[in-house]
Design a protein around this ligand. Structure first.
Ligand SMILES: [Zn+2]
Length: 161
């Protein structure tokens, strides 16, 4: 049995105006009334970072390779579905996911009120415990200027031999 660790990062830019009707989806949860993020899929930065961390831990590349944004079938796709596919890929390669921990960095919206629901959806899709922490950028840089949301994730997996 080999233990491996993986790191995932993702970042998406907010849509330009508050009148744009794009929904904000984080960890599979709709944040009602919040400004949406630009992306080919639903731009779920938390689901993407989680998937990246799992793929990295398993040495299976990255989500851009597996779900290219040039492919119309991934347009506006629910990224929780992508995470389910990634978890299946991991198990197909004899990896068992231990857990994933995410740090979502944004000035808005507040993550805490939806944290439990996000953790439930992500954990169900990954087939392992996924934890989420919200963090502010303290006004620094692009995230501090409320231009987008970034997420870092770490995953641990064991390879069954
Ligand atoms: Zn993304």
């Amino acid at each position: 049995m080999r233990v491996r660790v993986g790191q995932g990062f993702d970042i998406h830019r907010f849509v330009d105006t508050a009148t744009n009707d794009r929904k904000l989806i984080l960890g599979g949860v709709h944040f009602e009334g919040a400004r949406g993020l630009i992306g080919h899929s639903d731009a779920d930065v938390v689901a993407h970072a989680t998937a990246e961390a799992i793929l990295g831990a398993c040495g299976l590349g990255n989500i851009g390779e597996h779900f290219p944004d040039s492919d119309p079938k991934y347009k506006n796709i629910d990224s929780i579905k992508l995470l389910e596919i990634v978890a299946k890929m991991a198990s197909d390669h004899n990896f068992e996911i231990g857990n994933v921990d995410c740090s979502v960095v944004c000035e808005q919206p507040k993550i805490a009120p939806h944290r439990d629901e996000m953790q439930k959806k992500l954990s169900l899709a990954a087939g392992a415990t996924v934890t989420v922490k919200g963090r502010r950028a303290e006004g620094l840089g692009a995230i501090g200027r409320v231009e987008g949301i970034a997420c870092w994730a770490v995953a641990i997996v064991t390879q069954i031999e």
